[in-house]
Design a protein around this ligand. Structure first.
Ligand SMILES: Nc1nc2c(ncn2[C@@H]2O[C@H](COP(=O)(O)OP(=O)(O)O)[C@@H](O)[C@H]2O)c(=O)[nH]1
Ligand SMILES: [Mg+2]
Length: 257
């Protein structure tokens, strides 16, 4: 479940496998963020205590049962109200966000919605893909993904924000690898689009980032008629070269040196 931008299942070649993606796990306290982190890292259930600061782990994931792997650097940040102002610092420069919600805690879904939209709206998070994990699907009374999508108003996120909603149970790990794979694919798609935009912009502007090395076209005559060897030819623009070449050559008369 997601918006149009999350559709293609994978764009693996768009992302180099050796570089870890910076992923931040957010959500209200008790949603199951730390359980998600440790399940992904150790592939087992670990009892958690409320997170005061953050936990960070590196995780490698085999993609779609293939031999290709992806590396993630996962940051699990405390979700208590007094810690939420810190989210902004952790998400700066993030490749993707994971937003975990407790699917049974209907009362706090409104609060979760407000926090999710607040963080997604930050200028520095513009276009950053979001994986929403509808956690605790094993519990009786858990809301269906469609209900969670509506309660979180995911359709109202910016059209530039790719998102995917993944039902999951962090206790046994169900849904987590699939969700992370979708996030990986969304990040790949975004990178590819950004690279294309960058190339188009460069083509329009004549790529100022390239080193200005002009071709060596031989000695150049200065207006005085002398061959210019004193100046570095590479420091002149092609227009200067052309102007200098248009100076008529000084005819040497016999006896003149
Ligand atoms: N039944 C169930 N309980 C879960 C699940 N995920 C986490 N929990 C429990 O929810 C509580 C809070 O989890 P924790 O990871 O500390 O939440 P955090 O505050 O978001 O980091 C813990 O008691 C977990 O065992 C799940 O998928 N199903
Ligand atoms: Mg925690």
């Amino acid at each position: 479940m997601g918006n149009g931008l999350s559709e293609p299942r994978s764009l693996f070649p768009a992302l180099p496998a050796f570089r870890s993606l910076h992923i931040v796990i957010l959500g209200l306290d008790c949603a199951g963020k730390t359980t998600v982190l440790y399940r992904l890292r150790f592939n087992e259930f670990l009892n958690t205590v409320p997170t005061k600061g953050f936990n960070a782990e590196k995780v490698r994931l085999r993609l779609g049962g293939s031999r290709r792997c992806a590396s993630f650097h996962l940051w699990d940040v405390g979700g208590q109200e007094r810690l939420r102002p810190l989210w902004r610092a952790y998400t700066r420069g993030a490749d993707g966000l994971v937003f975990v919600v407790d699917s049974v805690d209907a009362e706090r879904l409104e609060e979760a919605r407000a926090e999710l939209h607040k963080v997604a709206r930050l200028a520095e998070n513009h276009g950053v893909p979001v994986l929403v994990v509808a956690n605790k699907q094993d519990l009786r009374g858990s809301l269906a993904p469609a209900q969670i999508q509506e309660a979180l108003a995911l359709a109202e996120l910016s059209p530039a924000t790719p998102w995917h909603l993944q039902p999951a149970c962090a206790i046994i790990g169900e849904g987590l690898a699939d969700g992370l794979e979708r996030l990986h694919a969304m990040i790949g798609k975004r990178r590819k689009a950004l690279r294309q935009q960058q190339r188009q912009r460069r083509r329009r502007q004549g790529d100022p980032s390239r080193p200005r090395v002009w071709a060596d076209t031989g000695p150049v005559r200065t207006p005085s008629g002398a061959t210019d060897t004193q100046h570095d030819k590479r420091s002149r623009s092609p227009w200067q070269h052309q102007a200098l070449r248009q100076v008529p050559p000084v005819k040497s008369t016999p006896g003149q040196r």
